[in-house]
Design a protein. Structure first.
Length: 438
């Protein structure tokens, strides 16, 4: 693979071991920052949000510097479940109650646009990320079926969405060989991809568009006033990037760079396992449809088949910030409740990472002063919505702020509790887990 303009080969920084990292596309290394730079826009974080923002801005002619503490796609963008989903966590009716019917309609339309952005990027930049469409939301209880029927009716009647249909017990079992489900919802407008390869492809496209990318460069402090700047450290020493605009795209890895916005997101850990290759016949028998699947519990489980016929199974969320030492055993036990026939299958990979959630489970977009922008807290819907976030930030920096402001009007509160906010969240999630069981 040709090394994109502006890159050099340096000591490699490795992704955490996962099935994704072991099947990743070739990835060039970008140098650490040494010294001081000036640019039009400095973007902090090279996950989907940062990459999309940098790429959209470069295409508009801006001089963009992208800073990454590790390497492109190192965080949630390279470790997530790879599932592309329609709409948002709350119902569109709930969102209309927050922002009004007109803004809720715009939010729906932009959510659909996010899928088109993803498709365009994959096709235009020839990103080999196993993009496929088709998604099953599976109900374990009859009350969950009521919610899925209401969702499908709202999508169809209020927004003209025709890609979803309700599944009865026999229909869902023809798609997923699991006896636990009482029905579900099929969505042809949702799908799956290889998340790390998508990030690597976006990084390649950004570099080719002229974005100056620096890996292994940690942002220690930011100035968010009228003259934005990012103060960095790397193995080359200290550096400063001074810019006309600053974009904070760290999501769950934002840390305490800007405490007033960090308080409105909570980093939570989620985990996945990958079985050994099962063979085409055995794997297809488990999910004959080949679609991505998620149950509709509040604390959900999600899974899909890999192109090399493994079961990729995710869940096991930790809200405490602490990883359990027996994660692989716990996730395997959960997987076997859905697919007991996998009892003899070896587990080849177990990995995790942090995603950011908000209290109302919608993305948190906003600005600090006139020149600092942020988007984070996708709450499980980031694979597609991050691409939209980058486009809207680029529009706003170019002087067209109207669509960005629709998202910025979503109400967001800080997580309560101060130092006790993680224990309080753990207690709240324990209640939701109990509700899922009832």
């Amino acid at each position: 693979m040709a090394i994109a303009r502006g890159t050099t080969l340096v000591a490699p920084r490795h992704h955490p071991r996962s099935w994704y990292s072991e099947t990743a596309l070739p990835q060039p290394d970008h140098p650490p920052l040494a010294g001081d730079l000036r640019c039009d826009v400095c973007v902090v974080g090279s996950g989907y949000t940062g990459l999309s923002t940098a790429l959209h801005l470069a295409e508009r002619g801006y001089d963009v510097v992208l800073l990454e503490a590790e390497r492109i796609g190192w965080g949630a963008s390279g470790r997530n479940g790879g599932q592309i989903v329609t709409a948002f966590n709350p119902s569109m009716g709930t969102m209309a109650g927050w922002v009004g019917q007109d803004d809720a309609r715009l939010l729906w339309d932009m959510g659909e646009e996010s899928k088109r952005i993803l498709i365009d990027r994959v096709e235009r930049h020839a990103i080999d990320c196993d993009l496929r469409w088709g998604y099953v939301m599976a109900a374990l209880k009859n009350r969950q079926m009521t919610g899925l029927r209401d969702m499908e009716a709202e999508w169809r009647d209020a927004h003209g969405y025709r890609d979803a249909r309700v599944l009865d017990r026999s229909e869902i079992r023809s798609m997923v060989a699991c006896d636990r489900y009482v029905g579900g919802l099929f969505d042809g407008g949702s799908g799956q991809l290889h998340p790390l390869n998508y990030a690597i492809g976006l990084g390649r496209a950004a570099a080719e568009a002229g974005v100056r990318i620096f890996e292994g460069t940690r942002v220690e402090r930011v100035d968010t006033g009228s003259h934005p700047a990012a103060h960095t450290t790397s193995r080359e020493g200290a550096g400063i990037v001074r810019a006309k605009h600053l974009v904070l795209a760290g999501n769950a890895y934002l840390g305490r760079l800007v405490p007033e916005i960090a308080a409105k997101i909570m980093p939570v850990a989620t985990y996945m396992i990958a079985t050994e290759p099962l063979g085409a016949e055995r794997a297809t028998a488990l999910i004959p449809s080949g679609h991505a699947v998620a149950d509709v519990n509040f604390v959900l489980n999600y899974y899909r088949l890999s192109p090399d016929h493994r079961m990729l199974f995710g869940g096991g969320v930790s809200y405490s910030g602490l990883d359990r030492p027996d994660l692989q055993r716990i996730l395997r036990r959960t997987m076997l409740r859905y697919f007991p026939r996998l009892a003899d299958a070896r587990i080849d990979h177990c990995w995790g990472g942090h995603v950011a959630i908000t209290l109302n489970r919608t993305p948190h977009f906003g600005r600090i002063g006139a020149n600092t922008w942020f988007a984070h807290g996708y709450s499980g819907h980031g694979v597609a919505l991050t691409g939209l976030a980058g486009k809207l930030i680029a529009e706003a920096i170019s002087g067209m702020e109207e669509r960005f402001d629709v998202f910025a009007r979503l109400p967001h509160q800080g997580f309560p509790g101060g130092l006790a906010r993680k224990p309080l969240l753990v207690l709240a999630m324990a209640w939701f887990r109990l509700r899922d069981l009832l």
